[in-house]
Design a protein around this ligand. Structure first.
Ligand code: 13P
Length: 257
């Protein structure tokens, strides 16, 4: 059964002190609302900066359904890559997920589909679940090529995976024009793209696998709009930026699943 997921991508925000306060507050709230941690098919994921990864993993370790993700990893296992972090290190720090292909990595750090495919392979090899991001720019949507763009991103970075590996992935649809702009996709736009993605998965991997993979929406998702976005049949939760930095707001989003 596919999971309902809210993941908070902190990006380059939060010191460890700030992060500790936020995580403690959210897990305390979760434990108060659900006595034994989250229900079986629910996941909450924190994606803090690397400096807080290991401590964050320890903080969530005894709360059922709460996990930690890194925001990026390198494609190589190890070596002379100054400033980079490997999938092995991330796993050793206690994380179970890694965000791959975020639009900020694609645009600011020039990561292309082929490089992202290598990262996906390395992540899976090291028992990390990729949270693979895809999404079109405003120009691409205006040119009406958004479906082609997303299809190419998936074909070139993810669809080389065999059945047993694609099953470990989470997909996040994040239209670039909605990220950090306050302009979220409408529920109809989100559902339309998520259904398109699920259909691509079905054509490639069959019905059972396609209906098992969680597809998250990201882009100006907040406590106000989360419920209506998550209310769509193919929207299985959200990848949250700005609104994941405040415990009360993040909790509102979690309670919208
Ligand atoms: P915002 O929620 O701040 O728009 O960011 C979305 C995002 O990029 C999550 O990865």
């Amino acid at each position: 059964m596919r999971k309902k997921i809210v993941a908070g991508n902190w990006k380059m925000n939060m010191t460890s002190d700030e992060g500790r306060r936020l995580v403690k507050s959210v897990i305390m709230d979760i434990k108060e609302r659900f006595s034994n941690g989250l229900p079986e098919d629910y996941r909450v994921i924190f994606a803090p900066p690397f400096t807080f990864l290991e401590e964050c993993s320890k903080l969530v370790s005894n709360t059922k359904g709460v996990y930690v993700a890194a925001q990026n990893c390198h494609s190589a296992e190890k070596g002379a890559f100054t400033g980079e972090i490997s999938a092995v290190m991330i796993k050793a720090a206690g994380a179970d997920y890694v965000i791959i292909g975020h639009s900020e990595r694609r645009t600011i750090f020039a990561e292309n589909n082929a490089f992202l495919a290598q990262k996906v392979n390395t992540a899976i090899k090291n028992n990390l679940h990729p949270i693979f991001c895809c999404g079109e720019s405003l120009k691409e949507r205006e040119e009406n090529i958004h479906f082609n763009v997303v299809e190419t991103q998936l074909q070139e970075s993810l669809f080389h995976l065999p059945d047993h590996q694609i099953k470990s992935c989470v997909i996040a649809y994040e239209p670039v024009w909605a990220i950090g702009t306050g302009l979220n996709a409408s529920p109809e736009q989100a559902q339309e793209m998520h259904a398109f993605i699920r259909n691509l998965l079905m054509k490639k991997y069959g019905k059972a696998i396609s209906s098992d993979i969680s597809i998250l929406y990201g882009g100006s998702c907040n406590g106000e709009n989360a419920r209506v976005l998550f209310g769509n049949s193919d929207v299985d939760g959200g990848l949250i930026g700005g609104a994941s930095l405040k415990a009360v707001e993040f909790m509102r989003i979690i309670m919208s699943l």
